[in-house]
Design a binder for this molecule. Sequence first.
Ligand code: FES
Length: 143
Amino acid sequence: MQYSKKVLQHFRHPKNMGKLKNPDGIGKVGNPICGDVMTIYIKVKNKKITDIKFETFGCVSAIASSSIITSLVKGKKIDYVLKLTKDNVIKKLGGLPPIKIHCSVLAVDTIHEAIYDYLKKKKLKIPKFLEKRHELIIKGSKH
Ligand code: FES
């Protein structure tokens, strides 16, 4: 498989890998077709993601996508992070092979789920679109 330099860099030296103690939010999403599972832990202060870690059991591009998304959102406002799509991840990775696009979707879904979990735990207002996405992600993970 032809991977970009960036993908291989992030796969070999992933950033923010590990687990956070007492996270404010956790997102865990699995892809039922390939079996890969991603977990993202976040700390939030003043609506900003102040710390983030990930644990991914998956392929080269799932690990590279986790590394990129966590680097991309660290220090950023939640509102900004909720606007990110797979295209942002793919662009930052210098492209992904077509059959690996879903790995970038997994990364975006997982960070959005972590934010959902944070908002829910803190009893903060969850935007409607996020509530909908959450339902779809949960449904998709179970298949
Ligand atoms: S092959 Fe499924 S997340 Fe990469």
